[in-house]
Design a protein around this ligand. Sequence first.
Ligand SMILES: [Mg+2]
Length: 263
Amino acid sequence: MDLRQMTREAEVFLLDMDGTIYLDETPIGDMKNTLQVLRRAGKKLVYFTNNSSKTAEEYENKLKRIGFWEEGDFVYTSGMATAEYLKEFYPEKSVYLVGTDVLKENFRQYGIRLTEESPDVCVLAYDTTLTYEKLKKINRYLVEGAVYIATHPDAVCPSKEVFPPDVGSFIALLKVSSGREPDVICGKPFSAMGDCILRKFSLARNKIVMVGDRLHTDIRFGVNNGFHTLLVMSGETTREIMAASPDHAEFVLDSLNDIVKYL
Ligand SMILES: [Mg+2]
């Protein structure tokens, strides 16, 4: 299949954010117009992130500020995928969540029973309010045998300054202290987040395209889930990284803005 056919037939565009549609909140080229062209062609836009420290509402507000948001767009985070995963596979179970207050509130809205003591399940999210007390607790519960779920595997979080530690770094710490590794990771590149999208839109996999700038998360996610994959060179990936990577995108563009030529 060529890019033109894929672009015309795809119905849902899963859009990574940083490096794909903006860089540190600065739109990449005329992205606002590109997104509008996609919408007018009938495509559903889903802003799709592994960052589980923020809620969909916070992202929506950020996207409004940048000027990208339109009615009918969606935000999907690894935190939401994790909440849905819990509802499906661990209903009624008690959950110890290492996460931000907004994520805790979000989990409660999903009807998840959060606890501080003797949980059935531990969830490790991108907790920018992490404390030693929380580390001690989750470590203990993991050693005691609780189910272990992480929202996503990224080692660091993209930032203007030195990249700060993200969930992947917390996972490494807990592996040393508890000997455990997550039983399930919900975010990109794994399948739980893909399953949520399939349920949400009830579409065939080949009607969905994952667009992103990272090969080992965005593109691997698309491949793992049987979606189309479009790598954009506007972020983290260079030609050198692409040549050396075991992950290969079906299509590559310098930036998502070039897609308008293929509609
Ligand atoms: Mg990115």
